[in-house]
Design a protein around this ligand. Structure first.
Ligand code: NAG
Ligand code: NAG
Ligand code: NAG
Ligand code: NAG
Ligand code: NAG
Ligand code: NAG
Ligand code: NAG
Ligand code: NAG
Ligand code: NAG
Ligand code: NAG
Ligand code: NAG
Length: 467
């Protein structure tokens, strides 16, 4: 107990703002990202990323407490009757029972199959969470990413973080009793008398595959002993079946052909999963299909995103698709280091950077999206670290709107990026030196801070996630 206290105390004392602030940020689930495993495995993190590393360790531990997850954990099965089929309900669809007679007599189960459903864009039907396979997968994808990063901070072939990943991957994907069937036939099901089948929009539910792949590639490249040959072989087999479904089932084909964020996120899955199965050329091909295809129409000459600007939550959707475009660019850059996705222009002559610059001029309040303010922060960090920030406008924006950004997890991989005034090498591009938190004592110290983190999370936590 004494030693734990001493460690916490020393950690606080060496933290840039002493006792004034928490060392970790509230849990953050980014809409999507792909974290270059080679950069992580090299482990040459600037001292400025110490706070981000502490947040990541804390996030790995907090999100893992909800796992393991399985699609079989739901109150009813898909119409197939197979508990291993993934299920979610179309979030913006509502029943209209006026035409079906005695509505007061209908149980919820009868409403699902009796009343016609119709769409109200942007308005969640609260009963969508009756089945929460989607929440489970989102948490799983964060757990795999953050545990893999936490594992990478330790110089060990095995750790509790990588053991957790092995356990979670088995439960969700591979285990004979609980593993998900490799398809999304019942994702975002539209209910009603003619419904009970998935819609292509449901493919979006698994966009976090890019995080899953990042995590697994890190374990693989680090020769993690918990990521066994058997796990790797089974995961590749599962993924090959799922890729086949994505590329041949009408739902997958239609989703990747969607002109808006749905298409962009669909390619996040396809291109990252092909890396998982070691089909690098296939991944590059799919990236090219994206960048020569739907990307061409996604950013116009004023930097706006026509297919997102017209939605009910335009600030959210612009940032959402930006996250997907950034993820597609990161995956292609990793798969083919000679490629230059950041400079690829749409048919209107615009780049991803132009899209971000435009969103930076938008006031989220103008569309009553005050809740979505934070969605731009990881996009700014990604663009600043990729294109550079010669006039300091990205850092200035972050310092004003989100001064804690060097403690946010993505600061680890969105480098170089100026920030962290308390660090010995604030704002430098230094790639030398590692940090004092890459060991078990750092992890313990962070655990000791968790109650404070929870309070901060309760105060500042942003729960709203739109689809
Ligand atoms: C609900 O159903 C009634 C009767 O079938 C129909 O007249 C009405 O237009 C429907 N409303 C909506 C919003 O679909
Ligand atoms: C409608 O509900 C009432 C009250 O429960 C019941 O008496 C009546 O038989 C029902 N009518 C039909 C057509 O189902
Ligand atoms: C997912 O994690 C959030 C916290 O980030 C939690 O509120 C939620 O209950 C979790 N859901 C599942 C299904 O694990
Ligand atoms: C997997 O489960 C199925 C039934 O769901 C059973 O028929 C099969 O034998 C099981 N396979 C293994 C390897 O346990
Ligand atoms: C992993 O193993 C391979 C093959 O033995 C080796 O070349 C590589 O350096 C190892 N990577 C790490 C990070 O230890
Ligand atoms: C990639 O695309 C090229 C050119 O279209 C094609 O010849 C090749 O077979 C594709 N390779 C894979 C692995 O998809
Ligand atoms: C770009 O798209 C936005 C949103 O649809 C639109 O308001 C704007 O006029 C477009 N700009 C051009 C030059 O077409
Ligand atoms: C947005 O509105 C909130 C209050 O609803 C206010 O606190 C905030 O300053 C506003 N932001 C801008 C940029 O006007
Ligand atoms: C864009 O292309 C130019 C010229 O090839 C290159 O110098 C620059 O680094 C590229 N920008 C990015 C963000 O890759
Ligand atoms: C990083 O921090 C360590 C430990 O505090 C220190 O020894 C090292 O000099 C620092 N590196 C740089 C580049 O500041
Ligand atoms: C980071 O590196 C870039 C390119 O090498 C340089 O232009 C920039 O000034 C550096 N930033 C800092 C803060 O040293």
């Amino acid at each position: 107990m004494f030693s734990l206290l001493a460690i916490s105390l020393s950690l606080l004392l060496q933290s840039p703002f002493g006792f004034v602030r928490a060392d970790v940020q509230p849990f953050n689930s980014y809409p999507n990202d792909f974290v270059d495993p080679t950069y992580i495995v090299a482990g040459k993190f600037s001292n400025a990323t110490t706070g981000a590393q502490q947040s990541i360790i804390s996030w790995a531990e907090s999100i893992s407490a909800y796992g393991p997850w399985s699609v079989t954990d739901k109150p009813f099965n898909a119409p197939s009757g197979d508990p291993k089929d993934y299920v979610s309900w179309a979030p913006y669809w509502w029943p209209n029972c006026t035409g079906v007679g005695n509505t007061t007599e209908l149980t919820p189960q009868q409403i699902w199959v009796t009343c016609p459903y119709y769409q109200r864009d942007g308005q969640f039907n609260p009963d969508r969470l009756t089945v929460d396979n989607i929440g489970a997968f989102t948490n799983l994808s964060d757990a795999i990413l953050y545990n893999a990063l936490a594992y990478s901070f330790q110089n060990e072939p095995s750790s509790s973080y990588s053991q957790t990943i092995a356990k979670f991957v088995d439960a969700w994907f591979l285990n004979n009793a609980t593993g998900m069937n490799p398809n999304l036939n019942y994702a975002q099901m539209e209910r009603g008398p003619n419904g009970q089948v998935g819609s292509h929009t449901g493919v979006l539910d698994l966009k976090g595959m890019a995080k899953v792949v990042s995590g697994i590639l890190i374990l693989r490249q680090r020769n993690c002993t918990d990521w066994t040959e058997a796990l790797d072989t089974q995961m590749i087999a599962w993924t090959n079946q799922y890729i086949n479904w994505l590329e041949t089932n009408k739902l997958g084909i239609d989703e990747c052909a969607s002109l808006n964020n749905h298409g962009s996120f669909c390619f996040n899955q396809l291109t990252s999963l092909k890396l998982l199965v070691n089909d690098v050329q296939g991944s590059i091909n799919s990236s090219n299909t994206y960048f020569k295809g739907i990307y061409q129409g996604q950013i116009n000459s004023t930097g706006d995103q026509p297919f997102e600007a017209t939605r009910t939550h335009p600030y959210h959707y612009r940032n959402y698709n930006l996250a997907a475009m950034i993820t597609n660019a990161r995956i292609l850059k990793y798969a083919d280091p000679t490629s230059n996705p950041w400079n690829l222009t749409t048919k209107y002559g615009a780049t991803i950077q132009d899209a971000l610059n435009m969103v930076m001029t938008v006031d989220p309040n103008a569309s009553d999206e005050e809740y979505a303010v934070a969605e731009i922060f990881p996009n700014i960090a990604a663009v600043a670290s990729t294109y550079g920030d010669p006039d300091g406008k990205y850092v200035a924006f972050l310092q004003k709107a989100f001064p804690e950004y060097p403690w946010d997890g993505d600061f680890l991989w969105d480098q170089p990026l100026a920030g962290n005034p308390g660090s010995t090498d604030a704002g430098s591009n230094s790639t030398t030196g590692t940090t004092g938190t890459k060991d078990a004592s750092g992890a313990s110290a962070v655990k000791a801070l968790t109650p404070l983190t929870l309070i901060v999370a309760l105060i500042f936590g942003i729960g709203a996630v739109l689809l």
